[in-house]
Design a protein around this ligand. Structure first.
Ligand code: SGN
Ligand code: CA
Length: 521
């Protein structure tokens, strides 16, 4: 029961465009629906279309279908790898300092600044948001909202609407899917829609749907080569607290109990969002499902290293089971659109608020400018695009999302938005100015959860420069020679020239995006 009550070669694409007979006029004559699906903490490594070996064991066929029929962005990045700030950037098209939401604390998002929602709304779109919001204020610019309370709960969650706060029995991913379809059924179909479907999963503490408790119990996922990273040469990484075998809570995160046959969870930091949300029966079903594996933890002798790998497996099994429900949800929504004849005039976007670690460097969580958390999945299935199954390799960023959605709707983005429309990359049409060759990143939340020091930085070509500015510590990576960012090459003579260029580029971006000096010290 679900509930009760590299830059796409522009010239090549221009030629392709001409051969398909698609012109921008076709696009301009329609106001497409935009269905934007975002999950929380969904790593690229866990999406089949991006090709990581994990997905051979845990495939995502429904998300991959969107990529096969649309565009897969392979170099998409976030501006600040954490939930609220990423979502604020997506809505406003601006970096964190410019939209005011720099951290996941109690800062209140100002929804009255120009956002994609209120601009589309003013331009005849019906707007709705269903699922995780996490911006500390009520949504503005939406005809309808049905959002989770703060982080939300996996089991039997509360949903907040304009007038109500109500608990619904069921699993959060399924509920969000059902509510999305319900809203689509009841919408005013004389208007195009902009619908943000915002999943909670696969966010910590990775509770799968009951039907998937056993899904990966016998699956051993690949252990990243740098799982036992010692953080040599990287000062900030030496003090972080996001190590799976040191910092994940054994009860809350890893669902471990205190002995053979026990029903007593080990350390559960937030019982109110875990066992406290389940009925007695649900809790028992949960414990029984994990019992054999939990007993085995005590009955089999393991070295510390083996225990650390056991924990990684438990983490991945649960995380990827949560992802399975997300993929099911995408499939269910796709079928719905097809059935209702909406696939041909609805642009479907799939993304996550940032990337995530699946054991790389020993970690879970995000925040760093290192690739796994800096990168963001982005797939756009656009029925107006001249080509299906394309890869867009230009450097894109979540500041581009709002200008893109506005462009799709034929609306000019306000000057203050800092991103650019991605439509020319999808359509293969020339852009007025050359595409960007570098990206600016800025993470602010320190002190904070997981102890990741504030840093900013630039990525250009296959190089990255990172500044932990409070301590004035620099890191630099050559991603071709060192794709997993284990060797900080800052200060090495052989990198002098590129280091100089990266410093200059970082200064240029700080100036271009008008980052105030007070945020750089
Ligand atoms: C919670 C999690 C953190 C996580 C933040 C932010 N701890 O505080 O691990 O980094 O959310 O996540 S938990 O013990 O409460 O699960 S975000 O996706 O909202 O940015
Ligand atoms: Ca997140």
């Amino acid at each position: 029961m679900r509930y009760f009550s590299k830059t796409i070669l522009l010239s090549f694409n221009v030629a392709l465009l001409a051969s398909c007979g698609i012109t921008s006029k076709d696009r301009k004559s329609t106001k497409p629906n935009i269905l934007y699906i975002i999950s929380d903490d969904h790593a690229l490594q866990a999406i089949g279309a991006y090709g990581h070996p994990i997905t051979k064991l845990a495939p995502t066929p429904n998300i991959d279908r969107l990529a096969n029929e649309g565009a897969l962005f392979t170099e998409n990045y976030c501006a600040n790898s954490i939930c609220g700030p990423s979502r604020a950037t997506i809505l406003t098209g601006k970096h964190s300092h410019a939209n005011g939401l720099m951290r996941n604390d109690n800062t209140k998002f100002n929804g009255h600044q120009p956002t994609v929602a209120n601009i589309l709304h003013a331009n005849g779109y019906q707007t709705a948001i269903i699922g995780k919001w996490h911006l500390n204020t009520r949504p503005v610019g939406f005809d309808h909202y049905q959002i989770l309370n703060d982080q939300g709960e996996y089991n039997n969650p509360d949903f907040v609407t304009k007038d109500t706060v109500q608990q619904f029995m069921g699993y959060v991913t399924n509920l969000i899917t059902d509510f999305t379809k319900k809203w689509l059924d009841e919408r005013d179909d004389s208007k195009p829609f902009f619908l943000m479907m915002q999943h909670k999963a696969p966010h910590r503490n990775w509770i799968p749907d009951e039907k998937y408790y056993h899904l990966f119990e016998n699956t051993e996922f690949p252990v990243p080569d740098n799982y036992f990273d010692n953080y040599e040469g990287r000062e900030a990484a030496q003090i972080q607290e996001m190590n799976i075998y040191q910092h994940a809570y054994e009860g809350h995160d890893l669902k471990m109990v205190d002995g053979v046959g026990s029903d007593q969870l080990l350390y559960d930091r937030w019982p109110q969002v875990f066992f406290g949300r389940m009925t007695d029966e649900e809790r028992q079903t949960f414990l029984d499902a994990y019992r054999e594996r939990n007993d085995d933890f005590y009955q089999t002798e393991r070295t510390d290293k083996e225990k650390a790998i056991w924990k990684l497996q438990r983490y991945l099994q649960d995380y990827l089971a949560c992802v399975r429900s997300i993929d099911d949800s995408v499939g269910e929504i796709y079928d719905y659109l097809e059935e209702k004849g909406l696939l041909e005039n609805t642009i479907v976007v799939y993304t996550s608020d940032q990337g995530f670690y699946l054991g790389e460097h020993g970690w879970f969580d995000k925040r760093w400018m290192y690739e796994e958390s800096f990168r963001m999945p982005l797939i756009i299935r656009d029925p107006f695009a001249p080509k299906q199954g394309q890869k867009v390799e230009a450097m894109t960023q979540n500041i581009d999302f709002a200008p893109t959605f506005l462009d799709m709707a034929g609306v000019t983005a306000p000057e203050e938005m800092q991103g650019r429309s991605l439509l020319p990359l999808i359509d293969g049409t020339p852009t007025a100015e050359p595409w960007r060759k570098s990206l600016y990143y800025h993470y602010y939340e320190y002190p904070g959860f997981h102890s990741v020091k504030a840093h900013n930085g630039v990525k250009m070509e296959h190089y990255k420069l990172i500044h932990f500015y409070k301590d004035n510590v620099w890191e630099m990576y050559d991603l071709k020679a060192d794709p997993t960012e284990m060797n900080n090459v800052y200060g090495l003579v052989e990198y002098n020239d590129i280091q100089f260029e990266l410093h200059a580029e970082l200064e240029k971006l700080i100036h271009q995006y008008q980052v105030p000096q007070k945020y750089l010290q």
